[in-house]
Write a protein that binds this ligand. Sequence first.
Ligand code: UD1
Ligand code: CA
Length: 481
Amino acid sequence: MLAVMSNKDVAVLILAAGKGTRLKSSLAKVLHHAGGRPLVDHVVRACVPLHLKKIISVVGHQAEQVAAALEPFGVTTVLQQPQNGTGHAMLVSKRAIGNAKYVVVLPGDAPLIRTETLRALTQKHKSANAAATILTAVLADPSGYGRILRKSGDAVAAIIEESQLAPDQRELNEINSSIYCFTCAKLWPALAQVRPNNKHREIYLTDAVSILNAKGETVLAEIAADPREALGCNTRADLAGVDRTFREWKREQLMRDGVSILLPETVLIDPDVTAGEDTILEPGVQLLGKTRIGRRCTVRTGSILRDATLGDDVVIEAHSIVDSSRLDSEVTIGPFARIRPESHLHKGARVGNFVEIKKSTVGEGSKVPHLSYIGDAKIGTKSNIGAGTITCNYDGFAKHPTTIGNRVFVGSDSVLVAPVKLGDGAYIAAGSTITENVPADALGIARGRQATKPGWASKKRRELAGNSSHATKKTKRKKRR
Ligand code: UD1
Ligand code: CA
C-alpha cells in the first residue's frame, strides 16, 4: 500500500462568495441545505480529515452568515467584494494561501465530494509533479458545466465554459467539477494573464488551465469514481437531486449497520442519526437531527422523530411524532401520539392513540392509553391514566405542574387542574374535575350526583308519540279537501 503523504504543504480554498442567482433566493447559495446540512458544511467536513496546512474560504454574498457557518471548523475567511469570478476569488485569497506549496480549490456548492477522492486527487497531482490536476466526471447530461478538452491520455488542453462551446464541442461529456489541485508557483503567473473576456466580465479560474497548457505545463484530469461527487447546485432541482443522493448514502450506511428499511427511497434520515441492529423503519418515516435509536426498535409508517433518544425494543406506532424527548427501552407509543420536547417516558411506559405529552415524565410501566393531554406533569410508576384525562396546566398567565404518584388510577375523562398532586395509590373517579390535592390511597371524586327517574323515558315517548299522531291526522285532512 502507498504510504499516505502528508498534506501539511496543502492549503484548501473553498469558493463561497457567490450569490447563487439561479436559485432565486435571499439566502446565499452555500447556506442552502441538502442532506440535512448547509452545502458548505459538507464541503468543509470532506476536507478536515486531510490534515491540511490551512482551510480558507472566500466569502462575499451574506459574508457574515457564511463565515458564521464556517467558524466552528476553524476556517480562515477572506472577503471577496465585488464577486468578479472564480479566478478573481483565487487572486483575492493569494495572501491567505501564503507559502503553501499546493492549493486544493473546491466550489462551496458541490457538497457530495468525499475525503478519499480529495486524497487521491492531491496524491496524483504530487506524484505526477503537475501544475494543475482537475477532478472531472463523465455525465449523461453535461449541460450547465464547463467541459474538458483533452489533449492526449491524462492531459488536458483547456476547460471550455458552456457559453463558449463551439458547435462541435457540444458533444463533450466530460465536465469540470471545479475541484482542482494546483501547484502555487505555477498557478499565480498563469492567473495573472487571465483576462475577463466573457459576457459577465468575470475572471474565470478555468481560463488559467489553457494558459498553463500553452506554457507547456502538465495539466491532468482525474475522473471521479462516482460522478455524483462532481455535481454542483445551481438550481433548486440540483439541490433536490443532491439531497436525494445524500439520503440514499445515509440509508445505505444504516442498512450496513443492521437496520432494515422498507421502501427505502421513502425514508428520510439526517446525517447524525444512529440506529442499532435489527431496528425496522417502515415506509415514510423521517429521522431528524440528533435522533439516536437503540436495537430492535420499530418505527412505523408516517412517524417523525426529531432529536429523539430511544432505548431498545421501543415501538413507535404509525403517524407518531417525537420531538427532543427520551423514550427508554420497551416503551410503546401511538398510533397518532405526539411527544413534545423535554419529555421522558421510562421503561415499558405506554402512550396510546391521540395522546399529547409535553414536558412530562411518565414512570416505568405507566400507561396513558387514549385521547389525553399531559403537560408539565410527573407521573410515577405503574399508574393508569384513563381515556380523555386532561391536565389543565395553563391558567392564561402561567404554567403549573401536576404530580401523580405511583400506582395511581385516574378514571376516564378527568380534568386535573394544576397545580395539583395525587398521592401514591390514589383513585380518581371518572369524570372528576380535580382542583385539590388527593392524598395517598384516597378517592377523589368531583362531579354532580346522578339522579335516576324510573319510568321517565317511556312516559316521555308516549307523550311525544301522541303529539305526532295528532299532527299527521291534521295534515291528512288538509290534503283530502
Ligand atoms: C463553475 C466552473 C465550471 C464548472 C462548474 C462546476 C468557472 C468559470 N466555471 O461554473 O467550469 O463546470 O463550476 O460546478 O469557474 N464564486 C466565488 N466568487 C465569484 C464567483 C463564484 O466565490 O466571484 C463561487 C460560488 O459561490 C460557487 C463557486 O465559486 O460556490 C462556483 O461558482 P458558480 O457561479 O456556481 O460557477 P458555475 O457557473 O457553476
Ligand atoms: Ca456551480
